[in-house]
Design a protein around this ligand. Structure first.
Ligand code: S3P
Length: 438
């Protein structure tokens, strides 16, 4: 599915941010482990959370999805082994978190995924889980399929993460949770903390202590308390496409409602503000132990800055769209310390560089980042842009049309449905002129 984004005059109006992908996947896992019925609202009805929910149903969870409402019916702790291979589609979060969740349950399962997921590194999770006592194998190259067999997890396992990854941290915490064992994970830089917040929301005991630029996180075994309702916050990463769209389009003003503002996720706000962005936070509140609010975004004259260090894990999924903001900013923007981008749904540094080439935006690629020289107006060549089957690359380059003198065609946009299924409708509603093109 290819899309053509035509030059649009301005953006105006209100958008409701879709449910958070990371939170939606965590809540179906943790709620499947509770011993009572629960109703979840604001669930992201996208391909990734659906893959994760289907995977959980294959091991006996009773998850029912009706649009953005999810109900999970009482299971009396009966999560069971699956003899059929479980397919997590495109979802790195789904497969990695389930590796921990299933290892702790002491059941067996084989996990795999689509063409992109079966190329992604899984040893970062299987190594610490094996050290913890799990019996888990990957392919010879450290990729799926993953075999989880019945192991016995130790108490007091401690892991110093060599990379700052919320997926690795969450897999270990979930293994501790389902095995009822104490675990400690040390992260050198702070990563998204939805797992910690959610376990505590459900009456668990996760202790978090600051350590240098990072954190020391300990899960103490505690039986979780059932709640009858959980509301998923809006996805900051999805909102980031709308935010940058509002900033780079001329004479625009958009209100994005229900945006998750967890500080470990919303680093892009401070980055964009440093670049000169006009963004106001309204109606901030806490729901289900997560911060949410509305964002009022106005067209802004941006300027380039240098970005690196501890903020990177907090903006990691937003770097593709940040590159579009940088392309429209005066001067140079340099992004460093972001090597992890090379092992996302695509090699995102290569994918960004390849798209910027078509946009005629000059840039220099580093092993761990990119330098982008902004332009007043994007004047693309006539070639289509390759999304590399990556949802965030596809959405970023469709948004770049707002600063372009010509139409922009982006190839293979199917994977937008993994994280932001209403992207086309919502963008059209506020004025982005976009159509399906082959
Ligand atoms: C995620 C963590 C991040 C992020 C991914 C979602 C999560 O990955 O890029 O989209 O839900 O925990 P890493 O843990 O690999 O940094």
């Amino acid at each position: 599915m290819n899309f053509l984004a035509k030059h649009s005059a301005q953006l105006n109006g209100e958008v409701i941010c879709p449910g958070d992908k990371s939170i939606s996947q965590r809540v179906v896992m943790i709620a499947s482990f509770l011993d009572a019925d629960i109703n979840i609202t604001g669930f992201l009805n996208g391909n990734d959370p659906i893959s994760t929910a289907n995977a959980l149903n294959q091991i006996g969870a009773g998850i029912n999805i009706d649009a953005t409402n999810v109900s999970i019916t009482r299971r009396e702790g009966a999560l069971i082994s699956s003899s059929n291979t479980i397919d997590l589609g495109n979802s790195g979060t789904g497969i990695r978190l389930l590796m921990g969740f299933i290892s702790g349950l002491g059941i067996e399962a084989t996990l795999t995924g689509d063409e992109s997921l079966i190329k992604r590194p899984m040893k970062r999770v299987s190594i610490p889980l094996s050290e913890m006592g799990a019996l888990i194998t990957t392919s010879a190259s450290g990729t799926p399929p993953i075999n989880v067999m019945t192991g016995s997890l130790i108490n007091n396992f401690e892991y110093d993460m060599p990379i700052s990854s919320a997926q690795v941290k969450s897999a270990i915490l979930l293994a501790g949770l389902t095995a009822n064992k104490k675990v400690t994970v040390v992260e050198k830089k702070i990563t998204r903390d939805h797992t910690e917040r959610m376990i505590n929301f459900f009456g668990g005991n996760v202790e978090v202590i600051s350590e240098g630029e990072g954190r020391r996180i300990t899960l103490h075994p505690t039986k979780l308390i059932s709640k009858d309702h959980y509301k998923v916050a809006g996805d900051f990463s999805s909102a980031s496409f709308l935010i940058v769209a509002g900033l780079i389009a001329k004479n625009s003003e958009i209100l994005i409602k229900n945006v998750g503002l967890n500080q470990t996720r919303s680093g892009l706000l401070s980055v964009l503000k440093k670049m000169g962005a006009n963004i106001q936070i309204l109606n901030q509140k806490t729901e289900c132990n997560e911060d949410v609010g509305d964002l009022l975004v106005k067209s802004s004259a941006l300027h380039g800055i240098e970005i690196g260090g501890a903020i990177i894990p907090n903006i990691i999924d937003e770097i593709p769209i940040l590159s579009i903001a940088a392309s429209c900013a005066e001067g140079k923007t340099t992004i460093k310390d972001a090597k992890e981008l090379r092992v996302k749904e695509s090699d995102r540094l290569e994918a960004i560089a390849s798209g910027l080439e078509v946009l005629n935006v000059s840039h220099y690629l580093y092993e761990d980042g990119i330098e982008i020289s902004g332009v007043k107006e994007i004047v693309p060549s006539d070639q289509p842009i390759d999304s590399f089957d990556d949802h965030r690359i596809a959405m970023s380059f469709l948004i770049s049309s707002l600063a372009s003198s010509k139409d922009i065609k982006v190839m293979n946009c199917e994977n937008i449905y993994t994280s932001f299924p209403s992207f086309f409708d919502e963008m059209k509603k506020i004025g982005l002129n976009m159509e399906r093109h082959g």
